[in-house]
Design a protein around this ligand. Structure first.
Ligand code: GUN
Ligand code: ZN
Length: 435
């Protein structure tokens, strides 16, 4: 038994889904809140005076007016693209060929893969992200590099070997059989190991033959506890290419569905230009969609209908999609989600944005019983937000009428300077590159 720690501050507490219920009923901020943590878990969440009296032996960390949130959950990243983030001037397919694939070839070197995995996770932590779900490269060691770096930081993560057996350059192609064998070996090694979870990962239909998609569908049937992640309907040119490559498919989703790659544990990134049949099928299957708003504007992909899809009771996660996304910050990502919703004539409330970045993303990864919510029994992954981290934000917060108005400028203008502290499994992480 370790000595418990009592964190004092304002607390972001969610009881339900604020995209489906009135946000006032689903989410609250307690201005006199406290979180008791012990042995890596949250033991109690409540009023600071009551919890202080009930736990006089606890070490106290007083965060004043800072907001104690569940750690941010980034539901779709490509850690191998860390070093090419913010590369200029291309749309999806050209961007992949010009910037992404040449960089992913470099991860053939295990030492480079380890360096980039560590760099990505440290950048994520600096930005308040405590869990992420990552693509890797076709190299099996790129999966080991990621999970080893995450284990060194005690982070809960999901990842899988990115599989591609066509339309990718020399050195970045596997085969249907090797994708199956490598993915199987890796998921047996990592799934459920410590805080790691495995996602079977065909990159997207254009880079997998039907044989490879079938093989990965068979693997998922054999290991149904794993997630399956891929990309869906990101750009019109990509969708037209999929139509050419799969002339018998009813639509893009059908290229996965025909090979057993749909189900409640499927996680589809982007999903912007969906046909009505695809939306119906996704809703019926229980699959999750991940909104990647900074990527969708940066690569010029389009405006996802997040509110409309949520209203269909489809689970939504939120993600940076680094390095197609232009920021490691889930604050910046929430801001982009807000801006895209505005362009679609919907205003996402800060309660909805923060919920999406925490509990919503956790749900999309089927981790919602472990992380993403401040409640007893949850793992103590926490992000502490300074709501006055820059002079521009502070002057706005100072005049705020209520806590939501005080939080919104940090969502819209905040960055890593707003991250006062990060706690991983009940331990405080020193800011900036500790391992
Ligand atoms: N579609 C297939 N691969 C990728 C990728 O690496 N990034 C994005 N944004 N879309 C993709
Ligand atoms: Zn992606």
């Amino acid at each position: 038994m370790t000595r418990p720690t009592l964190l004092l501050g304002q607390t972001f507490v969610a009881h339900g889904n604020p995209l489906l219920n009135p946000w006032q009923d689903a989410v609250q901020i307690d201005s006199a809140g406290a979180v008791l943590i012990e042995d890596g878990l949250i033991r109690a969440v409540g009023n600071r005076d009551l919890l202080r009296r009930a736990h006089p032996q606890a070490a106290v960390q007083d965060y004043g007016d800072h907001l104690i949130c569940p750690g941010f959950v980034d539901a779709h990243v490509h850690y191998p693209q860390t070093a090419i983030i913010a590369s200029w001037g291309k749309r999806l397919i050209d961007w992949l060929n010009t910037y992404t694939f040449p960089e992913e070839v470099r991860l053939a070197d295990p030492a480079y893969a380890a360096e980039i995995a560590a760099r990505h996770l440290d950048l994520a932590l600096d930005h308040g992200t405590t869990t992420l779900c990552s693509y890797t490269t076709i190299h099996a060691h790129s999966v080991d590099a990621f999970f080893e770096a995450a284990a060194a930081r005690r982070m809960r993560t999901v990842a899988g070997k990115t599989c591609m057996d066509r339309n990718a350059p020399e050195g970045l192609r596997d085969t249907a059989q090797s994708a199956y064998d490598d993915s199987k070996r890796l998921l047996e090694r990592w799934h459920g190991q410590g805080r790691a979870g495995y996602a079977i990962t065909p990159r997207f239909s254009p880079t997998s033959t039907p044989d490879q998609l079938s093989a990965l569908g068979a693997l998922w049937r054999a290991y149904p506890d794993c997630l399956m992640q891929t990309h869906l309907s990101e750009q019109p040119d990509e969708i037209a290419w999929v139509r050419d490559l799969f002339p018998d498919a009813r639509d893009y989703l059908d290229t996965y569905e025909a090979h057993g790659l749909i189900g409640a544990r499927a996680v589809f990134g982007h999903a912007i230009h969906l046909e009505p049949r695809e939306i119906d099928r996704i809703a019926e299957s229980g699959a999750a969609l991940v909104h990647c708003p900074t990527s969708n504007t940066f690569i010029g992909s389009g405006l996802m209908d997040a509110a409309g899809l949520a209203a269909r009771r489809i689970t939504l996660g939120l993600a940076t999609d680094t390095g197609g996304g232009s920021s490691f910050s889930m604050l910046r990502t929430m801001a982009a989600a807000y801006e895209i919703a505005q362009l679609r004539s919907t205003s996402l409330h800060p309660a909805q944005l923060l919920w999406l970045a925490t509990a919503g993303s956790a749900r999309s990864l089927h981790l919602h019983d472990h992380i993403g919510t401040l409640a007893p029994g949850y793992e103590a992954d926490l992000t502490i937000l300074d709501l006055a981290s820059t002079s521009a934000i502070a002057q706005r917060t100072a005049g705020a009428a209520d806590i939501w108005e005080a939080l919104f400028p940090t969502i819209m203008m905040g960055d890593d300077r707003a991250i006062a502290d990060v706690w991983i499994a009940g331990e405080k992480r020193r800011r900036k590159h500790t391992t």
